[in-house]
Ligand binder design. Sequence first.
Ligand code: SAM
Length: 335
Amino acid sequence: MTAPLELAESNPILCQAIANRIATAPQQRIPFTEFMDLALYHPQYGYYVTHPQGIQNDFLPSPHLGADFGELLAEQFAQMWQICDRPHRFTLVEMGAGQGLIVQDVLRYLHRHHFECFEALEYLIVERSSAMIAAQQQRLQKLAESWGNLSWKHWDEIPPHSIVGCCFSNELVDAFPVHQIAIADGQFQEIYVTTPTQETNTNPFHFVETLAEPSTPRLTEYFDRLGLDFSTANYPNGYRSEVNLAALDWITTIADRLHTGYLLTIDYGYPAHRYYSPGRTQGTLQCYYQHAHHSDPYVAIGRQDITAHVDFTALENRGNSVACRRLALPSKDCS
Ligand SMILES: C[S@@+](CC[C@H](N)C(=O)[O-])C[C@H]1O[C@@H](n2cnc3c(N)ncnc32)[C@H](O)[C@@H]1O
């Protein structure tokens, strides 16, 4: 793994919290997904909790480049509203709204260009980070007060099969914690995170990887479903990649809340055959710190973003199994 030289120090309190979690875990190790979850979303010290105003210092999501992104989305929402027979209530659910920039661009555009659609709108934000919610509410306070149809909800507050509209996200799924898998001695293994033994550990905030049997049968089921067999000679020892099980659960939740409408998700990723190409030996995990990227999640812990590309085939398969049908061909893969 390579890392830029000038990274911030890891957050010591967060590292201590992760080390404590490892100390109490079975066999003193946690699956990588749990490490990533704590690094990004620890309720007090995670990256998305301590950087509510600052994620654009590390990477630049499309909405930060100008209004065009939200306006293009708005044009798409207006078309969806038409296709749904112009319902009198049309709900937009933005999931993982970051700094809340898309809301204003979408609403302004629909108000100006598709007023009937605008009049039917309700806009819900589903956001995991309480600090992000506070930042969004601060930015959108005036709008929320004057318009009245904008609110923040947890999935539990949205009744099953209640949404007529569109659930959408931008750069959300690549921010979900992922499992990491590896091939070692021809065996399919999972990557766990642990602390070095007391004798060898001079740095209390040092984490190391260890390989073991998968923590959940869902990992092997995932690849069975994709028809991928890691026991073939194509996959070299040392091969590693990511599995986003949280994304599958997320699709199931959305399908449960949707009555009629769409799920639109915009992200970085590949179809499975490219994602798990034997040549992509080091997976897709990337860390972002002040617009530099590298692949070492064990530095600048709590101060850098960690992402993994999305396997669109797995999303599509899960969608099919929960009665969601893919509507358009995915755009060209980016590599
Ligand atoms: C990379 S940022 C993208 C922000 C925004 N969509 C944009 O394009 O600027 C990811 C956002 O998703 C939020 N998030 C992560 N996991 C989530 C989840 N399970 N449900 C809702 N929001 C989540 C993060 O807190 C953060 O606000």
